[in-house]
Write a protein that binds this ligand. Structure first.
Ligand code: T1G
Length: 695
């Protein structure tokens, strides 16, 4: 008997229990154990039917992703499922938790499926750059039709039991004890001589000729750069156009292509990196955390409101503070407007909106924050203003409170030293729009206490964010790297490229938008004020004045003023070429005696991305980020770096660090610019023939 799969009989029904914590991943041992237990059940004369059920918190949540890339071991999952389907006894899958990927495919090999009401099932392989490779693309269309199967497989979103029952995937929903309910269900089937229902013998119902072409056209824009969604379409098409065995062979082939693709390697890296970032090196798993039951937020502007929504949606009461009543009223109505927009898209019910809004209270007095466990400051990005706010918080906040700043660039240590309790101060850098963007850069100051750091990391997950712990420096991890790229982008335009060309190259690479469309979205005034702040407070590092400053000073602030580097038509966010901006650029070149040259796309891509990699290496050297995967997750969830490239540092490893170093060295020789001085870490890794991933 295997350790991970057991067989026993309960009166006249055999039960196969899979127990491979934490998520019953279908590792080699589980597959082997399943076959052994299955044969035992089939050979058990007193067992009239068999139930497959998961132990612990869930039915199998898929193949063991850690085994991908290793030499395949038999039995494969398709072999196990084919054996289940060919069995001469009825087999019922009893689902709780999340039956995902190969787990759901096992249920499709069974004759009947039942589940608890809170169970979910789905085929999320596409998020790993794969497709359901154990018959799911052939059996699901036979069960629910090709169109519904296509949506489920290409979107990869799990569905709730009620929806699954409606769709005909589930045969019953079990209230109370799942095993008891499944046994009763199996017994009734046996009593009624219910038929076996092997899906492999069922035909796929007819579809519209244009189904696959229409579906492909419908996802082209949204799935730009991904490989797997389009392979999924071809696999489901095979289910319609070929017989079962030929369809399975086609699925196998497409799966093998994806499994060896760089896109899937990248997406699998991101799957594990997203979980690894929560485990901060050097922090014990059992580090105590502070109890966060009430939150205060200073500032009811766009950021303050968005931040508040995260806590309200997680059921945590929020007190919002502002200087003036109209600012408070504006903040509250913006929050309600955002919630109602979400409800309109049926992503929330109106009851949920009212429940969240009921947890929001407002005040004009800091004194009402005396009970808050965490207070987040989201005021104007000025050191002077932030220090005043923190001095006030120091006066009113209770002893155990955590004081957090939402600054996106400023020195968290300097802010902390404006209080008598720097150990309770931490940065919580949300990204705009704060109620949508998944990333939360948690900034640990020199004095920040362990329990404070552990608390904000834990809280990140509680409010639906991916928290990454970073150190203090100008711009932390995300914006520090962004600034280098933006500088390079402006430099390329100074030398002869156009903003349109630079944006096209980075958009084609897979970023949601180019540097200049992004600057226009964020607001040219934001970057300009930060540069002005440095020019005023740190003249030694004052950035050179350029055409972007000229545009900002002309109040061309981007989308919010209808014009910036690009022009924007009323109500349209599409960036269009701007003759005014081009004139500013030419004027700047003339003033600097620059004769513009032709710059090709390769140079643009290399300069914009390699400067980021070099800065990433410096950030790792300084310990501002603990691992390369922290930088990957920051750039994927904060700046839309394409997930099918795995993040900035993973991508650099794929390109090859020696290739990147060679180009960086030549840019350094050509320009002599400090920014192109190769990071010692990069040079060391190349010398050792290592990668960022090996650190
Ligand atoms: N394989 C290996 N490890 C897994 C795993 C898996 N499928 N799923 C989770 N883990 C680990 C995870 O790394 C973490 O480890 C721990 O379990 C808890 O996970 C042939 C090709 C199930 C919804 O894509 O979506 O089947 O960090 O922190 O938030 O067609 O995990 O503790 O060391 O995420 O409660 C398809 C992936 C595989 C589902 C639970 N299946 N998993 O979420 O916990 S491909 C998936 C999830 C496949 C077949 C194909 C989630 C979850 P550690 P967690 P959670």
């Amino acid at each position: 008997m295997s350790e991970v799969v057991s067989y026993r009989r309960v009166d006249d029904i055999g039960v196969l229990v899979i127990n491979n914590p934490p998520v019953n991943a279908l590792s080699h041992a589980v597959r082997e154990g399943l076959l052994v237990a299955l044969e035992q059940g089939l050979a058990d004369d007193q067992a009239r039917a068999l139930v497959i059920i998961g132990g612990g918190r869930t039915f199998p949540a898929g193949a063991d992703i850690k085994e991908f890339g290793q030499a395949p071991k038999s039995p494969s999952l398709p072999e196990v499922i084919d054996r289940i389907e060919a069995a001469d006894k009825l087999i019922i899958a009893a689902v709780h938790g999340t039956a995902l990927g190969g787990g759901m495919e096992i249920t499709l090999g069974c004759d009947y499926r039942v589940a608890r009401a809170d169970a979910r099932m789905g085929l999320p392989e596409v998020h790993l750059g794969l497709l359901p490779g154990a018959g799911g693309t052939q059996r699901l269309p036979r069960l629910i039709g090709a169109k519904a199967a296509l949506e489920m497989i290409v979107e990869g979103k799990p569905a709730k039991a009620a929806k699954l029952y409606e769709a005909g995937i589930l045969d019953d929903i079990i209230d109370g004890d799942l095993e008891a309910g499944a046994l009763a269900f199996a017994r009734k089937l046996a009593d009624d001589n219910a038929p076996a229902r092997p899906l492999c013998q069922r035909a796929v119902s007819a579809v519209k000729d244009s189904l696959f072409a229409d579906f492909r056209a419908g996802i082209e824009k949204k799935k730009r750069g991904f490989l797997a969604p389009f392979h999924c379409i071809e696999a489901v098409r095979a289910a319609v156009e070929r017989d079962f065995d030929a369809g399975v062979a086609c699925e196998r082939e497409l799966f093998a292509e994806l499994l060896s693709s760089p896109e899937s390697a990248a997406q699998r890296h991101v799957f594990f990196a997203e979980r690894e970032v929560a485990k901060v090196p050097g922090r014990a798993k059992d580090t105590p955390k502070r109890d966060i039951q009430q939150v205060g937020i200073i500032g009811a502007g766009t950021m303050g409101g968005g931040i508040a929504m995260n806590f309200l949606s997680a059921g945590i009461p929020v007190t919002m503070v502002e200087m003036k009543q109209e600012a408070l009223d504006r903040g509250v109505s913006l929050i309600r407007k955002n919630y109602e927009a979400t409800a309109k898209k049926e992503r929330m019910t109106s009851e949920q909106v009212e429940k969240a809004m009921a947890k929001l209270s407002t005040t004009l007095s800091y004194d009402d924050l005396g009970d808050a466990d965490l207070i987040i400051e989201a005021v104007f990005e000025s050191m002077k203003v932030k220090k005043q706010v923190f001095a006030e918080l120091d006066r009113v906040a209770k002893k155990s409170a955590i004081l957090a700043t939402n600054t996106s660039t400023l020195d968290v240590d300097e802010i902390a030293n404006a209080t008598s309790r720097p150990q309770d101060v931490v940065g919580m850098h949300f990204f705009s729009p704060a109620n949508v963007m998944k990333l939360l850069e948690n900034v640990r100051g020199k004095a920040t206490a362990d329990d404070v750091a552990a608390t904000v990391m834990d809280l990140s997950r509680r409010i639906g964010k991916v928290g990454v712990m970073v150190g203090v420096c100008h711009g932390f991890v995300g914006n520090r790297i962004l600034h280098k790229r933006q500088e390079q982008a402006v430099q390329l335009v100074n030398e002869g490229a156009t903003p349109d060309q630079v944006d096209r190259v980075l958009h084609d690479f897979g970023l949601p938008m180019g540097p200049f469309a992004m600057a226009d979205l964020a607001g040219l005034d934001v970057g300009w004020r930060i540069r002005e702040d440095i020019r005023e407070n740190d003249p030694d590092n004052a950035p050179e004045r350029n055409w972007m400053d000229a545009l900002a000073e002309a109040e061309r602030w981007g989308q919010k003023t209808g014009a910036g580097v690009f022009e924007y038509a009323e109500g349209d966010r599409t960036p269009r070429r701007s003759e005014v901006a081009h004139a500013e650029i030419e004027a700047y070149r003339a003033a600097q005696n620059i004769s513009p040259r032709d710059i090709d796309d390769t140079e643009i891509l290399e300069r914009c991305l390699y400067v980021m990699v070099n800065e990433g290496a410096r950030i790792l050297e300084e310990g501002i980020a603990a691992r390369a995967l922290d930088i990957d997750i920051v750039w994927i969830y904060g700046y839309g770096f394409p997930v099918y490239r795995g993040g900035l540092m993973f991508w650099a490893d794929q390109v090859g660090l020696s290739t990147i170093l060679e180009r960086i060295r030549s840019f350094h020789v050509e320009t002599g610019a400090e920014v192109w001085k190769p990071a010692p870490l990069l040079e060391r890794l190349v010398a050792e023939n290592s990668r960022f991933a090996d650190l």
